[in-house]
Design a protein. Structure first.
Lengths: 692, 349
């Protein structure tokens, strides 16, 4: 919505004749602080007061650009804005009058409205013998200033009155209406119309049209038709002023991708009352500027005068909402200034009649808002005492925090990836679901992307992005975010929080190590790793992270060649994806101190040559089963093949730490346990002890 | 010469030398001179063997005392020298070599900012709650008093996943979820991802983050709203930050307010002082204010929709865009940088 200062002054004549930049800013700020948001204001070029030279000379006129909220259709007119300005500045509001006389006629123009719900009021005014010509300068200038292109006096008047009153109007060339009649009806199947923008629109039966005997002549409330528009040869016009159902107009406008000043206002609500005011103002201007003769009474269909809407307003309720008492005198002034009539008054409430142009003021809360708005939010003090409350800390937030700090500490960079992904990128990443991914409705999804059903492909995308830039430092990433599924359980859609970690090195043990650290720090014990098969991961290097109770909670693996190729990666990263929801459940964040031994430890290393197929976990289990006395810690430290190690064998080395709770162990005691262990492993695995 | 005399002489000469020492190098030289392998004390000790056995003990003791006393003198002198002068001419280690590489990870500016916002509200007693990103149309719109086919929906263009479910266009549906399962008082903060089908450009992206707040109780007023958000702004943007509440419209709050904070770049002056002339601040566009939050008193219709007694309970709600806060704070000029994850961007946080 736009208005110019000079035009506004027509309705607020007490305002100064012109304002300088400082005053213009003051007006803009005052409006903004009262909810009439001024997006911008600028001087209108070529409107400098004669005699002005330097930059400080006031401009004659200013353009104000407003951002009107959806609840205020009344502000989509300059008179509506003037009402606010008058209230804010304490000046007089002067609404324009319509003075004209009508010629009598015995043949009123026939209008039929077929759907009264979609068109609650329709008026037409026949104006004969108009002289179509360019508009006078002042009118052209005003329209140009708010960004409208002057066409001719008849069309310009409809636009001018639309901005003045907020009432959309349309002028038909009366003589081009076939059959000499107007029917407001639903469009017929396969009907088309060429609108005044020159484009052809295909209409459907849920759209409302204004038709003559043969064809639609306007898309109701949206745009008129080209064939019946006013041209230089037009002699007689039918001036339409109506009120349409806002939902219907909105739907039609969206369906046709056609928005106009008219549809914009109808969608937000045009009042029954402005239908008549607008028509009369335009008729008067037509008589004045185009010399037309208003002929016959206003054709007025379906006008059902609405009952006054009353709202009960309790100042005590306003205090409960706002936190302060609004002074009674000021309150009355605000309410009446806004156009409310006080129908009844008691010590505890007012019964207010809402003005017709404020359809948004239906309930008490609407009036409280209006009172607060005009009173000024800045005049409502900041409360001094807020009741204290303890914020509940979520276990999941703690686990996330620990996870992030472990990963950050280990040198992994946090990323934030797009929830949408191209299907090819997540092909085979079926960690959580084999169902089709969630798709935003057709035609809506950005660049044909689906919601991700795994997070890792997005992180691999980050590796790819940085590979393209040859970024050497970009090697380790993580993110905690949602993944989305269709058809899971009873719900049609589901989602969960997962953690994905990605290492360019391709080393799954790097990820296993950092994950282990996260488990330790979040108090999750008893994790085991099992083999698994996923098409996106290398079979040899895949492990399923399994909770103590046997539930799989995640996957660690190295990307398979095929998947890396699909993602156009030059490397084969390792990824980890963890179901955080299981993780939150399993985490144990409480700690209990355990007494520790004050005696020194004895550390021993062992290395064996054994069959390649023997797994570390078997050795670990065997050692533990042997239950060596005072064994405190058993740790793997090396495995290798080749070199001096025979084919099919490997060298496996590990360390053992012994400690007693109550005394310093002797070397002999430990040696006895070591010999037992060496015998055990030699026998059980056919291993040969290596000597250093 | 008598060994005892010799010891006396060494002592007095050492005392004189040490007394005259001026630099750390002098001290080191004297240490070598008196205590070194070729020094006089070593010499004295080597002569002990030639002494009669009954004298050896006493003389040895004297020699050791001399050694200790010279050491103590050197130590004392060294401590009393000006530290700069006391240092040897140059360290033997090339300390200009870089430290060993310890690289901790970078935090993403959006997640970091979101956490910071939540932390501020946590301290004010707001508990963090979450909700799904795939929402019902009811929770996202109807329950929040945003009717179908109403122009107020224009601001909330939406990705639908079927005819009843959608990607939430704001975090406000979590208000509904929270109130449906909790009795007042309620004091929650809701961080999360939201989606709106915008064509990506420097200022728009179809996925972004919001933090939503809700406080409902028996006596929660607009005054409290102003109080909480002013405290937030001061904590988040600096203690001199001012806040401004402008009337606005949101279907789910009434009265509603846009909340501006004084520009953190120009301190609300609207201009940046330049060497020669003053230039409009590009962060706030010269207005001195930054639009950061939408807020208001929870519309009684919303309270009724979740079965609260709207006569008894009142409340406020607010919401802010995390990208907006981060962009202002870090002076980031393109929202698409956040999802690009370019290392040269990530490493700056």
């Amino acid at each position: 919505m736009k208005f110019t200062y000079n035009w506004l002054r027509d309705y607020c004549p007490e305002l100064p004749e012109s304002i300088n930049a400082k005053r213009a800013k003051e007006l803009a700020d005052a409006l903004s602080m009262r909810g009439v948001a001024v997006e911008d204001f600028e001087p209108i070029p070529g409107a400098i007061i004669p005699g002005g030279g330097a930059a400080s000379i006031p401009f004659e006129d200013w353009l104000f650009i407003l951002e009107i909220t959806a609840n205020r259709p009344d502000l989509l007119s300059i008179t509506g804005v003037a009402r606010e300005v008058a209230l804010l500045t304490g000046s007089q509001l002067t609404l324009p009058q319509s003075n004209f006389s009508r010629a009598k006629t015995d043949n009123p123009f026939p209008v039929t409205v077929e759907d009264k719900n979609l068109c609650p009021r329709y008026t037409g005014q026949v104006i004969k013998n108009v002289k179509v010509a360019p508009s006078p300068d002042w009118l052209r200038k005003r329209l140009e200033a708010i960004g409208l292109r002057p066409i001719n006096n008849i069309v310009d008047i409809t636009n001018y009155i639309l901005y003045e009153t907020g009432q959309p109007l349309h002028a038909f060339d009366l003589d081009k209406l076939i059959g000499g009649k107007i029917i407001v009806r639903a469009a017929k199947k396969d009907e088309k119309i060429i609108a005044i923008d020159g484009k052809t629109y295909n209409l459907t039966p849920d759209m409302l049209v204004i038709a003559d005997e043969k064809r639609p002549v306007a898309i109701a409330g949206v745009m008129g038709g080209l064939e019946t528009e006013v041209t230089m040869s037009t002699r007689n016009i039918l001036l339409e002023s109506a009120c349409f159902d806002l939902v219907s107009i909105r739907r039609t406008s969206r369906r046709l991708a056609l928005s106009s000043d008219s549809s914009y206002r109808f969608e937000r609500g045009v009042t029954y009352e402005s239908v008549q005011t607008g028509s009369e103002r335009a008729t008067a201007l037509n008589a004045e500027l185009a010399g037309g003769t208003p002929t016959g009474e206003l054709i007025d269909l379906n006008y059902i005068p609405r009952e006054k809407h009353t709202v009960k307003f309790r100042p005590a309720r306003a205090k409960k909402i706002l936190g302060i008492d609004l002074p009674a005198i000021q309150l009355r002034k605000i309410l009446t200034g806004l156009g409310f009539a006080i129908a009844h008054e008691t010590p505890v409430f007012y019964e207010l009649e809402a003005p017709c142009f404020r359809p948004d003021c239906r309930d008490e809360i609407d009036v409280i808002e209006e009172a607060a708005r005009i009173y000024g939010y800045e005049n409502i003090p900041v409360s001094v005492a807020l009741p204290m409350a303890v914020a509940i800390e979520n276990k999941s937030d703690r686990v996330d925090e620990i996870t992030r700090s472990v990963l950050s500490g280990a040198g992994y960079d946090e990323v934030m990836t797009n929830s949408f992904i191209q299907p090819v990128m997540q092909k085979d990443f079926d960690f959580w679901s084999k169902d089709a991914p969630v798709n935003a409705l057709e035609g809506q999804t950005p660049s044909d992307k689906y919601l991700r059903k795994a997070l890792s492909p997005a992180l691999l995308g980050v590796i790819k992005t940085n590979e393209d830039y040859r970024e050497a430092g970009a090697e380790r990433f993580f993110e905690i975010a949602h993944v989305y599924f269709t058809g899971s359980g009873g719900n049609k859609f589901s989602e969960k929080t997962v953690l994905s970690i990605c290492a360019k090195s391709g080393d799954i043990f790097e990820l296993k190590g950092v994950v282990r650290e996260i488990f330790d720090k979040t108090g999750i014990a008893g994790i085991s790793y099992k083999s698994g098969i996923y098409a996106c991961l290398s079979f040899d290097e895949t492990m399923v992270v399994t909770l103590a109770d046997g539930r799989p909670t995640g996957i660690i693996g190295k990307i398979a060649k095929q998947a890396a190729d699909r993602l156009e990666l030059r490397c084969m990263p390792a990824i980890c994806e963890i179901d955080m929801e299981l993780f939150y459940e399993a985490a144990g964040l409480e700690r209990t101190y355990r007494k520790f031994s004050r005696f020194p430890a004895i550390k021993r290393d062992l290395a064996f040559v054994m069959d390649k197929a023997v797994q570390w976990s078997e050795i670990e289990a065997a050692v533990k089963a042997g239950n060596p006395a005072n064994l405190e810690e058993l740790a793997f430290f090396d495995a290798f093949e080749g070199g001096k190690i025979p084919q099919g064998k490997k060298n496996l080395a590990f360390s053992l730490q012994f400690r007693a709770q109550d005394r310093t162990l002797s070397a002999e005691e430990v040696e006895r346990e070591m010999q037992k262990l060496i015998a055990l492993i030699t026998e059980k695995f056919g291993a040969v002890l290596r000597t250093f | 010469m008598d060994i005892k005399k010799e010891i006396e002489q060494i002592k007095s000469s050492a005392e004189a030398d040490i007394g005259a020492a001026k630099t750390g190098t002098d001290i080191e030289n004297l240490r070598v001179k008196y205590l070194g392998k070729k020094g006089p004390i070593k010499d004295v000790l080597s002569k002990l063997g030639a002494l009669p056995p009954e004298q050896r003990g006493e003389t040895g003791k004297l020699a050791n005392e001399l050694k200790n006393s010279i050491e103590a003198l050197l130590q004392e002198k060294s401590g009393s020298l000006d530290p700069a002068a006391a240092a040897p001419a140059a360290p033997k280690v090339d300390i200009s070599l870089p430290g060993k590489p310890y690289r901790t990870g970078f935090r993403h500016p959006i997640y970091k900012t979101m956490e910071e916002i939540c932390a501020v509200f946590s301290k004010l007693g707001f508990s963090i709650v979450y909700g799904p990103e795939i929402e019902t149309e009811f929770n996202n719109f109807e329950a929040l008093n945003i009717p179908l086919q109403h122009p107020s929906r224009d601001a909330f263009d939406t990705f639908y996943v079927d005819n009843k479910n959608l990607l939430r266009s704001h975090t406000s549906p979590v208000q509904i979820r929270t109130m449906l399962k909790t009795k007042p008082p309620v004091r929650v903060i809701v961080p999360g991802k939201v989606y709106r089908p915008d064509t990506p450009d420097a200022r728009h992206f179809y996925m972004f983050h919001q933090v939503e707040g809700l406080m409902v109780g028996e006596d929660v007023t607009f005054s409290d709203l102003k109080s909480v958000l002013s405290m937030f702004a001061q904590k988040m943007f600096g203690s001199s930050t001012k806040t401004r509440f402008r009337p606005s419209f949101f279907p789910f709050t009434e009265p509603s307010a846009e909340v501006d904070v004084s520009c953190i770049i120009c301190n609300g002056k609207g201009v940046l002082a330049q060497a020669e002339k003053e230039k409009a601040c590009s962060t706030c566009g010269g207005s001195g204010w930054l639009e950061i939050l939408g807020s208001g008193m929870v519309n009684p219709k919303v309270l009724q929709n979740v079965g609260y007694d709207s006569e008894k309970y009142t409340g406020f709600a607010f919401g802010m865009g995390v990208e907006r806060v981060a962009m202002v704070r870090y002076q980031i000029d393109d929202i698409r940088l956040f999802t690009e994850n370019n290392y040269r961007f990530l490493r700056q946080f």
